[in-house]
Design a protein. Sequence first.
Length: 315
Amino acid sequence: MSWFRKLTDGLKKSSSKMTSSLTGLFTSKKIDASSLEELEDALIASDIGPRTAMAIAQDLSKIKFDGEPDADKWRAALAGLLRDKLTAMEKPLITSSDNKPHVILLVGVNGSGKTTTCGKLARKFQDDGKSVMLAAGDTFRAAATEQLQGWGLRTDTPVITGEAGGDAAALAYRAMEQAHENGTDILIIDTAGRLQNRSELMDELAKIHRVIGKFDETAPHDSIIVLDGTVGQNAIAQTKAFQQAAALTGMIITKLDGSAKGGIVIALGDDFGLPLHMVGVGEGADDLQAFNATEYAAALVGILPEEVPQDEADQ
Ligand SMILES: Nc1nc2c(ncn2[C@@H]2O[C@H](COP(=O)(O)OP(=O)(O)OP(=O)(O)O)[C@@H](O)[C@H]2O)c(=O)[nH]1
Ligand SMILES: [Mg+2]
């Protein structure tokens, strides 16, 4: 199945939520006050924040169409507005060979998809001809190390492990030394999931960050929060807390397959201005891809990327 098809299938719940209550609206020629409200509600229901939902609904109501608007034209126009909101977040995860190694730290709450994403990223970078090492920085659970080792086997990537219950920051440091010695291009560090309101765990994260910086003051080069795409607005609170503890540089959103809250991406972009490097729509190694604003906007309203208008003149 093509990537776009996976993305569209994955976002089906979000897109039907966003567009089903709009069928009536989309067949009318212009938007009146009550249909405007209906549109706002539909956008909010898919977890686009209220402020942005209002702005998008307003903008949509002002669009002048060439000829009679129909459902398809409304849909395409909405996708164009969503795309405009998302473009600033589009920034691929680029590693630099000046960094020896380039260090990527993955953080986030329990079960958000960090370990899986470590494995998927290892596969991606290797496909690009880069050498990768993984560090099992989740020292809380023995099973977590085994899980990462599983990805190591599957992707043929060395995994640096420590003792269960050991110091995660010390392990991260050791992994950096090892990767440096081996001349490895990229080191990806997994961390234990933690709830953002557990301050001692957030302090531990800050420590990992500090200790990595002792080996190379420019590291970690990417400090990425992995967010579960099904949690909706809670992702905002998570990002806020992790931004303080881990000086975030970007985001990855997983589990968008089956999420009814795909609009959260827009709310996150508005609130933080962090790049969204990749989105995940499944558990397989190839189910994580670079975020593309046009594709995402198209999938959110259930049209093809080429149907998204380039600009207003296109309408
Ligand atoms: N459907 C779907 N499942 C995913 C995706 N990414 C990860 N998962 C699944 O989500 C579950 C949790 O993923 P993990 O990678 O273990 O999450 P984690 O953040 O490492 O969890 P902790 O280490 O417990 O904090 C696993 O069953 C994964 O297979 C995705 O994009 N889509
Ligand atoms: Mg994990």
